[in-house]
Structure formats: structure tokens, C-alpha cells
Design a protein around this ligand. Sequence first.
Ligand SMILES: [Zn+2]
Ligand SMILES: [Zn+2]
Length: 484
Amino acid sequence: MTRTTWFTLLTAAAVSACATPTPEQQVVNDASSALGGRDRILAVKMLVIEAEGSNGNLLQDMTPEAAGQAFIVSGYTRSIDMATGRARTEQTRTPNFAYFQGQAPQKQVLGIDGDVGYNVAANGNATRVSNTVAKDRRAEIHHHPLTVVRAALDPAARLTNPRTAGGERVVDITVPDGSTFTLAIDAATKLPTRVVSMTDNANLGDVAIETSFADYQDVGGLRLPARLTTKTDKYTTVSLRVTRQTVDGDAGSLAAPSAAASSAAITGPPPATVTVQEVAKGIWFLAGQSHHSVIVEFSDHLLLIEAPLNEMRTLAVIAKARELRPGKPLTQVVTSHHHADHTAGLRAAVAEGLTVITHKANAPFFEDAIRRAHTIAPDALARNPKPLRIETVDEERELKDSAMTVELYHVAGNPHADTLLMVYFPKERILVEADAFSPGAAVQPYAANLLENIRKRNLKVDRILPLHGTIAPFGDLVKTQAAK
Ligand SMILES: [Zn+2]
Ligand SMILES: [Zn+2]
């Protein structure tokens, strides 16, 4: 055998070993070739993406379907260290809507370094974020063609479920930490079109986070997308147009700042603290944390206003109501509006048997939220499924018996949300409202409209029970306008 023949046979053997990749390997191999080849991909140490674009206002927009509120993003730089799995995003975001923190640009630094997720505030102070947020940030690293294909090329990755759908070839990639990413590539160009991963959302349950890629360009021997769009469920959260991307440039250290790295891990929400203040006969203000609730006593039942923040807070508030009046069933919950932080306990309230009373524009959203699967982080309703009982309010509704009269009014035309209800007690001259007026806040972009609604309805208000902040005399709301 000549040397040449021996070499040829060896090459043939190697080729035949590679010539029959499994269908799932084939998807990864094709993606890898389209992006610049396995060796080029594995050689990358650092990717720096500069971009501009926008962030959506997830579950905090005008309607449950959203309505175009966005933070305009400038000065976006995302650095990803391929070897260490560290990543950091710096950006300035400017709300294009009346935001409760004002409309000044806000600088953000959001990082992940192994188990430690961190934010750096404008004053330079770094704080550790919860493990849940850190987990989502670790997943986000793989929401890019280069990182996800690189992960798929790792022999420790498990490739499963190859399929073809709608002009795409698709494969699931499970990385060593157990998380799974679905990679879709264009059947013709073989370039990655999307990455999808699943996460838990307190309001929406098991949700898909999907980043889609377009406008590929040549960068340092690679093909990289210049448009990246991320959605949580059906809501667009990030939309980026890349202005510059650099392979193996200097991004400085991506290590977590020591103040964050040395902080204890945050494994869950803080324990619920519920304070009780009786503000009138049969009306209790339940505060103690950032989001408050109100308990109302009718002759034969109790009503809860607001199931906010998280399941733990809402269950603590419900327990407190039952402790206040053990003999009376708590049967109903009124929601102030659809925003995620004000409704994160709604599923728990339904699990406790409460009927939901809400603005009619929220009904389809809540019906969907109650039906959704919560397998990633099972909640009270997932453990104890109950059907949703819902009653809706259009412009106004009265709840009345011999002991109590409560009037619910739509806060029409408020720039904070289209679904806002305020709750009025005509006899006690008390108004309960959320977000439209938060006593003590530096900026009150929604207060003028609240005042307008109160005057239009000719409501006689002495005191406001705000669902953020402390109880205030009506004059404090009036003063927000006088100061202008
Ligand atoms: Zn809100
Ligand atoms: Zn709020």
C-alpha cells in the first residue's frame, strides 16, 4: 500500500464517519457552516454588540394586549464572554410615554456572571438580583446564533427532536445545566432564524421567550444577525438594530462587581409583611410592603381590593382578612387594573375561591391567565385548580347591602392604563385608587386625569387610600395640580 492510498483510505473512513450525522446533528452542522464553520465559531472569545432599538413595557402597557408603549434604547452595548459565560448589557432607555418615574433617560447596567446576576445603578452601586432573574439572564446568553450553536457543538449538549416546520428546520438543545433551547434554522440558507426557551412568569405561567434573527452580515469571518427581536409570549420586549459588532474586541472585565458577588443569593420574594389599619367601620387598609390592599365588610361577606405583588403577599392579605372577621367569608376581589405587579396574586385569589371583579377589558386576559399551565414553577392555582368566576365593570357598578355601599368607576382616559377602576365609598367619602396618584411620588403624570374623573363623577372625597404610599387627604391630590 502506498502512502497516498493509506492516506486516502484514512480520509475516506473519517468522511464516512461524518457523512451520516443524525438529523439533529445535521441541523447544528448546517447552522454552524452557515455561520462561518465550527472552528471559527469555537475560536471566538468575546462578542460585543452595539445597537439601538426599543424595549416593550411587558404587562404594564395601556391594555392587556399592549398599546405601543416603549422605552427607546440608545447606547446599547452587550458583551458576551464565550469561555466564561459572563455577559453584560449597558443601555440608556427613554420612555416614549408618561412614565411614573418621569420621562428622563435612564441608564441601565444588567449583568450575569455564573450564578450571580447583578444591576449597577446610575450612582455606581451594584446589587445582586434574584436567582430567578439570574436564571433568565443565563438563558438569554444563548439567545444568539453564535452562542446557541457553540453550545450545541459542545459534546456535552444533548440534541433531540429534529423536525421541519414552515420553511425551518428545528432542533432542541439541552445544555449541561439542564436548560433547553430550541434552535430553528432557515431550510434554504441554513442560517439560524430563532431561538426559543421556556421560563416561568407569575402572571402568564410557562412562557416562551423567543429571539428571532435577521439581516445577517459578515463580521470577522462569521455571519451574524444585525436585527434581533425578542418576545415573551406574544409581547415584544426587545427590538434591536445592530450598529456595530466586534469579535474578540476588548470588553473589559465582565466579572460581577464584588458588592454583588459577595451578597447572599436571593432565593425568593421577601416574607410578606401585612399591617392593618381600620380607616372606617368595615374598611381596613392593608399595607406593609410596596403594594397595598383594602378589605371591605358587607353584612354577610368580605370583599378584597387588589391581589398584588406575588402569591405570598396575596395569600397573606387573604389570611389577614379571614383573621379580622373569622365568621364572614371572603368571596370577592376587585382589581385596580391589569398591570402585572397589581395582579400577580390573582391566581392565588382564584385558588382561594374568590370571584374576580374587574374592568371588562381585562376579562379575556384574566380568563387566559387562569387557564394557563404553570408547570415550571407550580403556583397555588396549579396545585389547587379552580375555575375563574368573573364579573366585569364597564363605566360603573355599585356593590351594596344593608351594611356597606361601594361604587366602582372606570378611570376613563388615564394615560397609565385603559383598565383602571377606582373604588369609592360614598358614605365614608373615601377613594381607593392605584398608580393614578401615589402620595409622595416626585412625578405624578396620571393625577390630573384622576382628579378630572373624580370631579366629572361629582364624588365627594375626604381621604385617598392609595395602593402605593400612605393615606392622604384629598387636598394632596389637588395640590399636585396647583404646583404646576
Ligand atoms: Zn400600573
Ligand atoms: Zn403600581
